[in-house]
Design a protein around this ligand. Structure first.
Ligand code: PEP
Ligand code: MG
Length: 588
């Protein structure tokens, strides 16, 4: 038995068998072959090259139509490599001379080629290294396609153990088959973490050496409250764990029993609760949890995990389905926020080395106007029949906002719409906070994206494990930024909602209400506890708490305040919220 102590990422307790993704994905099958098998391996190579080429050609045609030549040309370099006779001959030679399977040969030749390109003194050729690696991954993916089960086909009660999980990979999972997630890397507000919470899957990050130390198939206990993983536990550990799990489930059902009650504080202040969703079908959760609507539809998830962007029809149908499931409640559709960790293959080459500071959000929408217009057309196709609202991500100020509005008006004119749906700005950059008065003049509502706002105010990467404590909404600078936006919204009589992960953390949700926030949007699975705790709180006390928090020196001061007794403590055992996470991971 061994215990790994990491950091809690998504609440709950999971029991199951390890599926170690690092091993399955990185170790392509390696085996020796007989001389008589050489021909067959050569044929496998040719098939993988043909499939890769067909895929790339389809993708290039599609991107050309949506985004124009400049972006589509990226794929020309990849196609040229696939057609390069020298490359093909080198792989075949490697197979024949070393009598190894084609995956091994292909990887060896690609690594060699990439290393040669990286070391030359010519910038153009050096940049081709990326193309070679990218193209290589595609060919290897086609070779390995039938090498093991995909994420959609995992056995029941799987605990996924990986170095890091990407949002597109989590989208592939069959929820009922996943008992828990254990990763070595990843921050509290990374999109993988957000998805884990919204799927209600317990998760632990910062589990050092997990992919090396955990054998595939090993029995694991995962404590998403304390951030601990037991490998091959003893009967005694299992018994203790089961007691905690049952207590957690009891507390969860108590919170669930209050869900029909209106979310009103003890002194009578109503708080609206909305859902954050990533797929249209998730809109069913709104009625299930008695929420007021969808406060954030992260539409970019429709664009991930696919080899090409979805066209108009598919998008229109996705937005219609979500709106239909809401039965009259509002649906806030955020336009594409691709970039950083949400990075589809057809745009990969447009994202720079530091993607969080590159082409993201509205900046990307305006740069890839074809893609942006198709999405707007698909949203408008559902208006005015449904209560759809448009939210622009990563707004920087009145300038980019007005350019986006001009595109929206032009698309509306094209489709003959005289009236626009309500339009909002997602405030998640320091620049938007400083120009909030000007932004507010151009929109009908505001939303605060505390995940990005925190990372940009504090210069702390939200995806980095090393920033787990530092990238904290509880820093008084971030709280003051939130307060500034809330005051500007009140002055202009515009509604303002918080849709970052902070809204779904019961202790932080109270602080936000104290700062004047009256709308919170979160993963539906987190809503019962937030509702329960707010109903037990007194708003006047929360305002006093928030005032003191704004005057603190650092997040630690605010943490202490939050856990000093004010009315409405969570029934035990509560979550271990990010406000009370353990310090850096220790292995035992
Ligand atoms: C945010 O940044 O808080 C937000 C809601 O957007 P995302 O997490 O998708 O970047
Ligand atoms: Mg954001």
């Amino acid at each position: 038995m061994k215990v790994i102590r990491g950091k809690p990422l998504s609440p709950g307790y999971g029991v199951g068998r390890a599926v170690v993704l690092g091993a399955a994905r990185l170790c392509l099958p390696q085996y020796r072959i007989e001389p008589a098998q050489v021909e067959a391996e050569h044929r496998r190579l040719q098939q993988a090259l043909d499939r890769s080429r067909e895929e790339l050609e389809r993708l290039q045609a599609r991107v050309m139509a949506e985004l124009g030549h400049e972006v589509a040309d990226i794929f020309s370099a990849h196609l040229a490599f696939l057609r390069d006779k020298q490359f093909v001959e080198r792989v075949k030679e490697h197979v024949a001379q070393n009598l190894v399977n084609v995956e091994q040969a292909c990887r060896a030749v690609i690594t060699d080629l990439a290393q040669t390109l990286a070391s030359v003194d010519d910038e153009y050729l050096r940049e081709r290294e990326q193309d070679v690696r990218d193209m290589g991954r595609r060919v290897l993916r086609h070779l390995a396609r039938h090498a093991g089960p995909g994420l959609a086909e995992l056995p029941p009660e799987s605990v996924i153990v990986a170095r890091e999980l990407l949002p597109s990979e989590l989208m592939e999972l069959t929820r009922d088959h996943v008992a828990a997630l254990v990763t070595e890397q990843g921050g509290w507000t990374s999109h993988a973490a957000i998805l884990a919470r919204s799927l209600g899957v317990p998760a632990v990050t910062g589990a050092q050496q997990a992919t090396a130390e955990i054998e595939p198939g090993a029995r694991l206990l995962v404590d998403g409250e304390a951030g601990m993983v037991w490998i091959v536990p003893s009967e005694e550990d299992l018994a203790r764990f089961t007691v905690c799990k049952e207590r957690y489930e009891q507390a969860a059902s108590l919170a669930a029993a209050e869900e029909r009650q209106a979310c009103v504080t003890r002194d009578g202040v109503p708080i609206r609760l909305y859902a954050n969703i990533a797929r249209p079908q998730e809109a069913v959760e709104v009625a299930r949890h008695y929420l007021d609507g969808v406060g954030l539809f992260r539409t970019e998830y429709l664009f991930l995990g696919e080899s090409e962007p979805p066209g108009f029809e598919r998008q229109r149908e996705a937005y219609r389905l979500a709106a239909e499931l809401l039965a009259g409640r509002p649906l806030v559709l955020r336009t594409l926020d691709l970039g950083a960790d949400k990075n589809p293959p057809y745009l990969a080459a447009r994202f720079p080395v530091n993607p969080s500071l590159g082409l993201r959000g509205l900046r990307l929408c305006l740069a890839a106007e074809g893609l942006f217009r198709t999405q707007l057309r698909a949203i408008l196709a559902n208006f005015p029949r449904y209560d759809v609202r448009i939210l622009f991500p990563m707004v920087l100020g009145a300038g980019d906002l007005q350019r986006a509005l001009a595109v929206l008006r032009s698309v509306a004119a094209e489709v003959g719409l005289e009236r626009l749906p309500p339009v909002g700005a997602l405030v998640e950059t320091p620049s938007a906070v400083f120009t909030i008065a000007e932004i507010t003049r151009h929109v009908d509502f505001l939303s605060i994206g505390t995940n990005d706002l925190t990372q940009y105010v504090l210069a702390a990467d939200r995806n980095a494990l090393e920033m787990f404590e530092d990238c904290s909404i509880l820093h008084p600078a971030v709280l003051r930024a939130v307060k500034t936006v809330v005051q500007a919204a009140a002055a202009a009589r515009r509604p303002v909602c918080v849709c970052g992960e902070a809204a779904g953390d019961p202790a932080v949700a109270r602080l936000l209400v104290g700062l004047g926030v009256r709308e919170l949007s979160m993963s539906p699975a987190l809503a019962p506890r937030v509702r329960q705790l707010l109903r037990a709180s007194v708003c006047a006390e929360l305002e006093h708490l928030a005032q003191r928090a704004l005057d603190c020196d650092d997040p630690d001061g605010v943490r202490k305040l939050l856990h000093g007794g004010i009315s409405g403590e969570l029934p035990s055992p509560g979550t271990v919220p990010p406000t009370a996470r353990p310090a850096s991971p220790v292995q035992s």
